[in-house]
Write a protein that binds this ligand. Structure first.
Ligand SMILES: [Zn+2]
Length: 65
């Protein structure tokens, strides 16, 4: 059996990568960050291109840390 999801790996190109919630750049590569939390039973997720953008975003969302 071939698992169609097994070869996605890290081969995400810029067009399909999630966008950084702070600067809008593609959030991919080794420096990317993802923040996940649950709000009223719904999983929310934000992607960032790097630690600096994640910190800039979380500075305005202290309640989520
Ligand atoms: Zn960014």
């Amino acid at each position: 059996m071939v698992d169609p999801t097994s070869d996605l790996g890290e081969a995400v190109d810029e067009d399909s990568a999630p966008r950084c919630a702070t600067c809008g750049d593609p959030a991919h590569g080794v420096g990317r960050r993802t923040v996940t939390w649950v709000d009223d039973g719904v999983v929310e997720r934000r992607h960032f291109c790097g630690e600096a953008c994640r910190e800039a975003w979380s500075a305005g969302h202290d309640d989520l840390e």
